[in-house]
Design a binder for this molecule. Structure first.
Ligand SMILES: Cc1c2[nH]c(c1CCC(=O)O)Cc1[nH]c(c(CCC(=O)O)c1C)Cc1[nH]c(c(CCC(=O)O)c1C)Cc1[nH]c(c(C)c1CCC(=O)O)C2
Length: 355
């Protein structure tokens, strides 16, 4: 009995230590907004850039010690309220047979699937290829002693499929991928199904290894007409979100440029939605189901502005936060490369000291 009490007490203390973001996601009133930044690990961190001079991205990903170091860097250097697993949304395609090189220009697939009318037959699913990620999670968790929550994540099905089909980033709105999706609807459905199954297994395993909240990155939601996205891709979001929520872990859904399509997001998909910077925050609130909280939506380029301008923008969220509390401070997309680190630090300090 006494042992049980000790265990409970221990769990409770862990929970008390740094649970601001988890309490926010549970809809609780908190002392200040929780803050983290999409793409906070890597990119602008001086220690990361030094590490990248010595090791490739792939090497860091396959070395639990290095991966844990990078994951925890933003907690120490920027002062965010949560760490996000250092990984990439495109690890899921590698577990389906894709061969990816991480080049200076971003990820490049050796065999883009849009050249095959029977693309789904080219897939070679092997979930064990993701085992190294779970070893990374174990290592990260073993190094967190102050209860900082660990965020797990996956790509949304459209974003991931865009890369699988097109094979690389483009500045043309993924024309080849979208043309394929329109020209091969049955094959696209088969690809979505395979991808969703692998993503669910991957998400569940991340939770089993200890991630405490989970974000779905659907950066490319806006490359399709809203009704097409909602009809063909949102059911997969619902399945992934539900699989994670069933395990007791809250879900944040980021669907960039979804626009009015935000109305179609339901509480069985996610607990919070992350709002991009193009959408006015208060307009987004009118569109999103009231049972769902909001994250975002600072324009990432505000990081290049003066502290006065950043402060004004932060203050614009205060009336909402004071009334509703269900808002997580974040950007409307990832930290841009070359963004000044001191702006990120200014935001975390401001919210901790002046809120
Ligand atoms: C579309 C997308 C990708 N990856 C991701 C998305 C969705 C979010 C977004 O839109 O930014 C998500 C992602 N990628 C990475 C993380 C880890 C956590 C974090 O950065 O905070 C996360 C959450 C690491 C990474 N993923 C990548 C790097 C750069 C690797 C390097 O240092 O060379 C990092 C740190 C490579 C990557 N991976 C991807 C691209 C287009 C690139 C190249 C350009 C770039 O984003 O830097 C695909």
């Amino acid at each position: 009995m006494y042992f049980l009490y000790l265990c409970n007490d221990f769990v409770q203390r862990q929970y008390d230590m740094n649970d601001l973001i988890l309490r926010t996601l549970q809809g609780k009133k908190t002392e200040r907004p929780a803050v983290w930044f999409m793409r906070q690990a890597g990119r602008v961190l001086p220690d990361y850039l030094k590490l990248r001079d010595l090791h490739s991205f792939d090497e860091i990903m396959h070395t639990p010690d290095l991966c844990a170091q990078v994951t925890l860097m933003p907690v120490h250097t920027i002062g965010v309220d949560a760490a996000i697993l250092f990984s990439d949304i495109l690890v899921v395609p590698t577990a389906m047979g894709a061969n990816i090189s991480w080049t200076d220009k971003g990820p490049v697939f050796s065999t883009p699937l849009c050249q095959y009318s029977d693309a789904s037959k080219q897939l070679k699913p092997d979930a064990s290829k993701l085992d190294y990620i779970y070893r990374n999670i174990d290592e990260i968790k073993s190094r967190i002693s102050d209860g900082t929550p660990l965020i797990g994540f996956c790509g949304g099905p459209l974003t991931t499929l865009c890369y699988m089909l097109q094979g690389r980033s483009t500045d043309n709105q993924f024309n080849d991928a979208v043309s394929y999706i329109f020209s091969n609807p049955a094959e696209t459905d088969r690809l979505i199904e395979a991808l969703t199954e692998m993503t669910i297994e991957y998400a569940r395993n991340q939770v089993k290894h200890g991630v405490q909240l989970f974000q779905i990155f659907e950066t490319n939601a806006g490359v399709l007409p809203q009704n097409e996205y909602i009809a063909h891709f949102m059911p997969a979001i619902q399945r992934i979100g539900q699989a994670v929520k069933e395990m007791g872990v809250p879900v944040i859904y980021f669907a960039k440029s979804l626009g009015l399509g935000l109305q179609a997001v339901t509480p069985d998909m996610c607990d919070f939605v992350s709002i991009d910077w193009q959408m006015d925050f208060y307009e987004a609130r009118k569109l999103v189901n009231p049972a769902i909280g909001l994250q975002g939506n600072l324009d990432p380029r505000i990081l290049f502005a003066s502290e006065e301008i950043i402060q004004q923008k932060l203050e614009s969220y205060r009336p909402y936060w004071e009334e509703h509390h269900n808002w997580i401070l974040n950007l409307g997309h990832g930290v841009p490369p070359q963004a000044p680190l001191k702006s990120l630090q200014f935001i975390t300090n401001y919210v901790k000291r002046s809120w």
